[in-house]
Design a protein around this ligand. Structure first.
Ligand code: PGA
Length: 235
């Protein structure tokens, strides 16, 4: 819940010149719904993709306050984030709901970033892999792997300033990669992003890990210069 329409406009105007030399990193911006219109206009012809932060699983109907896949597509999105830990925590999203959302998005040609991750308590009880296995199985049930990106976001690292060490993240990414291989075809094409207190200072060491394909950035993406440094750091 960051950035009004005017703030989004200012952000994009100052961000674009900072990354104009960047050709080898795929950049995607996921502003709030109300800023999709302005972002779509300003990002046209830049190669930067646009994503929604959430979507509803029904395609249309009387669901006051919800946003459909068709609405996101018409607003210029090619992608949507599904199952962010804040959606799971504050809005009671279960793996079953996440699964329905992914199905509707894929069916209509919207790519998906599926977020998964364990809490601190679960990590301390050595349940990380069990939790991820449950989230992956429930969220991806009956879904082919094309159009899917996974974001591993340990809940204890989101917005806390505590990043998983590159080794910790890499270990979990390797687990996810193996899980995907066992699950089905096309697993090697699925990107696995790390999210949780990514900054310009730690992006180099995270991206240097073999299993980390990119980053899902929250707080450090809110300022154009810091986000631009992360993008160039990922090159
Ligand atoms: P953070 O957020 O980068 O501020 O930890 C990540 C996220 O919200 O997905």
């Amino acid at each position: 819940m960051n950035k009004t329409i005017g703030e989004t406009e200012d952000f994009i105007h100052s961000f674009l010149p900072l990354i104009k030399e960047v050709a080898s990193v795929d950049i995607l911006i996921a502003p709030p719904f109300t800023s999709l219109g302005i972002a779509s206009r300003l990002l046209r012809a830049t190669g930067i993709k646009l994503a929604g932060q959430n979507v509803f699983y029904e395609e249309k109907g009387a669901f006051t306050g919800e946003v459909s896949v068709g609405m996101l597509l018409s607003a210029g999105c090619s992608c949507v984030i599904i199952g962010h830990s804040e959606r799971r925590q504050y809005f009671s999203e279960t793996d079953e709901i996440v699964n329905k959302k992914i199905k509707t998005a894929r069916k209509n040609g919207l790519e998906v970033i599926l977020c998964i991750g364990e809490s601190l308590e679960e990590r301390e009880e050595n349940k990380t892999f069990d939790i991820l296995n449950k989230q992956l199985s429930g969220s991806l049930k009956d879904i082919p792997l094309d159009m899917i990106t996974i974001a591993y976001e340990p809940i204890w690292a989101i917005g806390t300033g505590k990043t998983a060490t590159p080794e910790q993240a890499n270990e979990v990414h390797a687990f996810i990669r193996n899980w995907l291989r066992e699950y089905g075809e096309g697993s090697d094409k699925v990107r696995i992003l790390y999210g949780g207190s990514v900054t310009p200072e730690n992006i180099d060491s995270l991206i240097a890990e073999t299993e980390i394909d990119g980053a899902l950035v929250g707080g450090a993406s809110l300022k154009s210069d810091s986000f631009a440094k992360i993008v160039t750091g990922a090159m």
